[in-house]
Design a protein around this ligand. Structure first.
Ligand code: SF4
Length: 468
């Protein structure tokens, strides 16, 4: 079937990582532009595979190129509503191709081709052909398919702009409904290949955390293949309509995650937040010193107010873990009226990158918009606090209730001995020095002890300057 493709094509290559050392080129990703798009189109020519722009043989090792994957499909039973779900499979199917790595989705894609693949004679045209075969195999309702790979900057720019319009139209449609309007939600297990204890719960108000699948997409997918990885979940009894807790959702989640998670609040980062696989567009994270919540997306390359970048934070709360104080989410969920409603919604949000904030104009309540700090205003906890005071952010009331004065925050990580505070619960003088959603400690005999939601206290903190 793949006889004219010079590399192996099989699910066993999913999970292959192509590091910089054995990378020939990078395609799309944070240093360039790119997108993937599946569309139902009755005018296509079946089996038409092409590359518009430079092929791998015309590229330079180590460089980064723009990249578009345009997939057009046709079939009697194909509905437009299925486009999003079929498109989401591009990630897995690209990764079946040995020597080709695909991350993320929509306009966030980030791909690499290995040097070994190039040496075997692999071309981008082979990727297009492999996708043509794989999509027809995975979705028998696809009767005809054509795949176009774009690598010319101008073409990719135009393609990405068009894709944005289509993503926006899909997202907008999902805003027609809210959680109360439906009796069923949907579960998605597509990411269990790498996050075995993760199940997404997709509701009208909570678009999947990858941002690529909404409630309508799930409905169409479950109708097409009720035994597939996207399936109906009867809501059952509403246990808490503010937190977003439903009896049957809890039951199904326990069943599908081998009991690892048995309770989920759809609209909160506290206690039982929605688990995160690793495909999330953004992470909501609790900032204890401000009793507020920050948001960071995967395009943000700087440090968050927690002192770590998105990549480190994602590593700590992904893989299907339920980590209190953190939850992966889609940017579209931030447009929902139920966005973290149990935590205070936007009145609890204290920081986010400016790029996200500007994309949410009209969705963040007008009276809150200017009160939320961005990376352009501040990134350290102290500076954010000053900003919040200056803007009279409602979080100030919560900060006041924390019982700390300004100096507590200002001195927390200083070298001053005065920072040692009384920890009532332990009855000794201890100071919190770090928190970690998950921390592993190797022990003898091959045993590993894992601390979840660890708070590390020390009697004394000694900061030493290393000798150069
Ligand atoms: S992130 Fe969730 S909805 Fe998106 S593909 Fe993965 S499991 Fe499905």
């Amino acid at each position: 079937m793949f006889s004219d493709i010079p590399v192996d094509v099989s699910p066993m290559h999913e999970g292959e990582r192509i590091r910089a050392a054995n990378m020939f080129v990078e395609l799309a990703g944070p240093k360039s532009i790119g997108a993937e798009l599946v569309q139902v189109d009755d005018s296509i020519t079946d089996g038409k595979f092409e590359v518009i722009g430079p092929e791998l043989s015309e590229m330079t090792k180590g460089e980064v190129y723009p990249f578009g994957i345009k997939i057009d499909i046709k079939g009697e039973k194909l509905e437009k509503e299925l486009e999003g779900v079929i498109e989401r499979r591009t990630h897995d199917l690209c990764n079946y191709v040995q020597g080709f790595m695909h991350l993320n989705q929509r306009d966030q894609i980030w791909c690499r081709v290995s040097t070994e693949a190039l040496d075997s004679g692999f071309k981008l045209l082979d990727l297009a052909k492999a996708l043509g075969i794989l999509f027809k195999e995975e979705f028998p309702i696809i009767e005809e398919i054509s795949v176009t790979i774009l690598t010319n900057e101008e073409d990719v720019k135009e393609f990405v702009a068009g894709a944005h319009d289509i993503y926006a139209a899909r997202d907008e449609r999902a805003r027609e409904l809210s959680d109360e309007d439906v009796d069923v939600f949907y579960g998605c297990l597509m990411c269990q290949s790498f996050a075995p204890t993760h199940m997404c719960v997709v509701t009208p108000d909570r678009t999947a955390l990858c941002g690529a699948i909404n409630w309508f997409d799930c409905r169409a997918s479950a109708k097409m293949d009720p035994d597939g990885s996207i399936f109906e979940i009867e809501k059952g009894e509403v246990l808490d309509d503010v937190k977003g807790e439903y009896s049957n959702v809890n039951e199904v989640i326990a069943q599908k995650t081998q009991g690892e998670t048995d309770k989920v609040y759809l609209h909160s980062v506290f206690e039982y937040p929605h688990t995160s696989c690793g495909c999330f567009e953004a992470v909501a994270f609790y900032i204890p010193e401000l009793d507020g919540i920050g948001i960071v997306d995967r395009d943000f390359s700087g440090e968050t107010p927690l002192g770590i970048p998105f990549s480190s934070m994602a590593g700590q709360c992904s893989g299907g873990k339920q980590v209190e104080g953190f939850t992966g989410l889609s940017l579209e969920y931030m447009r929902s009226p139920k966005f973290l409603q149990a935590d205070g919604a936007y009145e609890r949000i204290v920081w986010m990158p400016n790029s996200i904030k500007s994309s949410l104009e009209g969705f963040i309540p007008d009276d809150m918009f200017d009160k939320i700090a961005t990376d352009e205003d501040a990134t350290s906890v102290n500076d954010i606090k000053e900003f919040l005071k200056d803007k009279d952010h409602p979080i100030l009331e919560r900060i006041a209730n924390l019982g700390t004065d300004d100096d507590d925050v200002d001195d927390e990580y200083s070298e001053d001995e005065d920072l040692v505070s009384q920890d009532e619960t332990m009855g000794q003088e201890f100071v919190p020095v770090a928190t970690a959603p998950e921390m592993a400690m190797p022990m003898s005999g091959g045993v590993k002890v894992i601390f979840k939601n660890a708070k590390i206290y020390a009697e004394k903190v000694i900061i030493k300057k290393s000798k150069k």
